[in-house]
Write a protein that binds this ligand. Structure first.
Ligand code: CO8
Length: 257
């Protein structure tokens, strides 16, 4: 594995996955996501593992999908790459996953944290869906999960302005479980994972499945709708302009084409 580190017994019955592209703020390229999918599948099958913690580093959980990798893509390229089958596989993990978030959790990074079952954040964590600023929109569940977590008005504002939400506010809005000082976020995530790991693995699996079921039937339809619109963004000149502007470190000029 090049872009993630896996420790299968970080604590008794608890595994840790660390996203490890620190220079790129853990931008989620295709390889990293593939590695994450494979690691989760293995841990899900390992009977010594009962709970999984996913983390980044202090500066970034993940600053989103890798814009440099996506910048030149067309809608059809995006459709053919079919990166969302990886996300779907991650979503199917049966064991509980806790995201331990510090620093940036943006775009795909925020979506990855929300795909986990619980989120423990450091006081420096920043959540956001800033895709709109680079001429696209969330594509890995952001419009659906954020709206369900914090309600339409707040989600709409975040998705349409790209504004970040600090950890304290995210806790108030119900997006995350709790905020702790930066030196404690990983420890707190382990504590929660350790508590869960003491329960019946069978009951935990069934309970997780049932809680997810509370919104999953509508979620499937919502995710499908979101994906089509996300791909459609790649048919616009604004997507090319927005992503190239990011890569070239300048302001984008959107033309509505
Ligand atoms: N993709 C690629 N590279 C990135 C990304 C990214 N998302 N984020 C940061 N980087 C790189 C920067 O380009 C920079 O690299 P370099 O030194 O080579 O120029 C390095 O990481 C450090 O970043 P900055 O210098 O920009 O650090 P700052 O502290 O000045 O700013 C920010 C930090 C605010 C986080 C800034 O980097 C930023 O705005 N990043 C982009 C955030 C963003 O727009 N995220 C959404 C991406 S699109 C998306 O996630 C769509 C998801 C839908 C589908 C999911 C499929 C996987």
């Amino acid at each position: 594995m090049e872009f993630i580190l896996v420790t299968s017994q970080a604590q008794p019955n608890v595994a840790l996955i660390q996203l490890n592209r620190p220079k790129e703020l853990n931008a989620l390229n295709l390889q990293l996501m593939g590695e994450l999918r494979d690691a989760l599948k293995q841990l899900d099958e390992d009977e010594n593992v009962r709970a999984i913690v996913i983390t980044g580093n202090e500066r970034a959980f993940a600053a989103g999908a890798d814009i440099k990798q996506m910048a030149g893509k067309t809608a059809i390229d995006m459709l053919n790459i079919d990166q969302f089958s990886t996300w779907d596989q991650i979503r199917k993990t049966k064991k509980p996953i806790i995201a331990a978030v510090s620093g940036f959790a943006l775009g795909g990074g925020c979506e990855l944290a929300m795909t986990c079952d619980m989120i423990i954040a450091s006081e420096t964590a920043m959540f956001g869906q800033p895709e709109i600023k680079i001429g696209v929109m969330p594509g890995a569940g952001g419009t659906q999960r954020l709206t369900k977590a914090i309600g339409k008005a707040k989600a709409m504002e975040m998705v349409l302005t790209g504004k970040f939400m600090p950890a304290e506010e995210a806790e108030k809005q119900g997006l995350i479980n709790r905020v702790v000082p930066v030196e404690l976020y990983l420890e707190e995530a382990f504590k929660l994972a350790g508590e869960i790991a003491q329960m019946s693995p069978v009951a935990i699996k069934l309970a997780k499945e049932s809680v997810n079921r509370a919104f999953e039937t509508q979620l499937d339809e919502g995710l499908h709708f979101e994906r089509k619109n996300f791909y459609l963004c790649f048919a616009s000149e604004d997507q090319t302009e927005g992503m190239n502007a990011f890569v070239e470190k300048r302001r984008p000029e959107f033309k509505g084409k």
